[in-house]
Design a protein around this ligand. Structure first.
Ligand code: FES
Length: 132
């Protein structure tokens, strides 16, 4: 199987059977953002316990890449402290989604990271690693 096919399978698996999908009742932090190019949206609720992510759920509408990336990112978030969450970089997500996606698809892949960084972690829009 070619490497592109493996990435495609990985994305489709997360799209069809997303991890951590749903609504979290009474989250400690909640945020939602839309991709301005298409209007697709990811909302995320996080529950912290003992300074770490004890539970996270996302919901949203959008393309396979945006929804798969949210599934992958929320898996990465579990058990992490806010400082550790800040260390998740865009390249971490892009490497998992596939190295050869174009700029428009990168926005899809990074939508949920946008929610995490700007909405959950309250990072300023002018981060040195621009998301959009
Ligand atoms: Fe809308 Fe991908 S086309 S997030």
């Amino acid at each position: 199987m070619a490497i592109d096919d493996l990435y495609r399978e990985y994305i489709l698996e997360h799209y069809r059977f997303p991890h951590n999908k749903g609504d979290l009742p009474q989250p400690d932090k909640y945020a939602a953002y839309s991709n301005p190019l298409c209007g697709d949206r990811i909302q995320m609720g996080v529950h912290f316990q003992d300074g770490k992510v004890a539970d996270v759920r996302f919901n949203g509408t959008g393309c396979a890449i945006s929804q798969a990336a949210a599934s992958i990112l929320t898996d990465m978030m579990l058990g992490k402290t806010p400082d550790e969450l800040r260390q998740i970089r865009r390249d971490d997500i892009l490497e998992l989604i596939g190295p050869d996606i174009g700029p428009a698809r990168q926005k899809c892949a990074l939508l949920s990271l946008d929610v995490l960084r700007k909405g959950i972690l309250d990072e300023p829009e002018s981060d040195d690693e621009e998301l959009d």
